[in-house]
Design a protein around this ligand. Sequence first.
Ligand SMILES: [Fe+2]
Ligand SMILES: [Fe+2]
Length: 144
Amino acid sequence: MIKFKSDADRDSVMHELELNMNEEFRAAIQYICHRITAQSIDSMMAEAFKSAALDEMSHILFFSDLITKHGGTPKFRNWDTDKSIDIKTMLEKDIELEKSARKRYSAQLKQMKDYPEILSIIQSVLSDEEEHEAIFTDYLEKMT
Ligand SMILES: [Fe+2]
Ligand SMILES: [Fe+2]
């Protein structure tokens, strides 16, 4: 169990973990929608969406398990996902999501520097997000 510096610190970490879990849900669902739409247009790209969605699914559970382990109850929000059916728009929306994830996790690396267990999970998730962003950007560049 992590020993938090204060109750306020624990609350703030738990809040961030819950935000992460919900943002990961949003990405997982969005990429599955994009996988379905892309399937008849570009099966390689569809596979890239699926692979990213599966990574995001693992990320959901990393964060929900951290919350549960430390006595919290993960709460589900409403996930606002992109439902466009145009490949270029889909890739742009996905890159936006990855950029915002990268920003959030980079900030959390500083915020959670005293908690190595959480830090190592965020580092590993962040490296997956960097990879997703690079793959989506590569597909988008090939289109333009
Ligand atoms: Fe993720
Ligand atoms: Fe991602």
